[in-house]
Design a protein. Sequence first.
Length: 238
Amino acid sequence: MITIAVYGDSISRGVTFDENRGRYTYLKEGFDKLLEKRGILKIINHSRFGATAEEGFEAYKKEPEADSKYIAIAFGGNDCTPNWQGVSENPEEYYPPKTSLASFESTLRRFVDKVKSLGQIPILVTPPPLVAERYVNWISKGLNKDNILKYLGDIHHVYRWQEQYALAVQQAARRTRSCLFDLRAFFLKNRTLSNLYCIDGMHPNDKGHQWIARAIERMLPSLSRDIEDSTIYFDSDD
């Protein structure tokens, strides 16, 4: 059974919003547990709620995972986030994301170089898309939604903004000649995308994690051939 160590944020950690409890919780059967339960894959999960790419890189440098040949790098959701409180109060100003696009890609490339220098194989993972309407409603709780929409220009701009970070992941994979696992593309093939997310429009729910597990299962044959410098694509019949 292949082992993969994952460095990522709350999505890869299996966090979702439980409406009955009114708070974020960890799924009992996130993608990692689903795959291990079925004897398909062992996941060593170093993901952390709220983590950015730089924080993940620092964690890896401090204590590299020695028990896995493969290191999956899955960031972007927190890196692209601006100060919504500030946006709500004064939408005329510009609010930079936590990590600029240039810094985000640079960090990914440094992360990949470090992984390779230790004899491991990096896998860059694109972030799943946002469900724009649901996401904007969520971040607007307790804030001025009209001002947030004014800042965005249109509600779907938040989707396009986050998409830039997925494109940066792709660019980093090309420039470092590393394996790209385009999880975002697999999500976009689902005709009922919103059903894969919890109420906040950004964290996959139990169905979403089943979808992630399916995508990873499709990825494994490529890993077993130790393919680098490649994109793991998905057939149209998914």
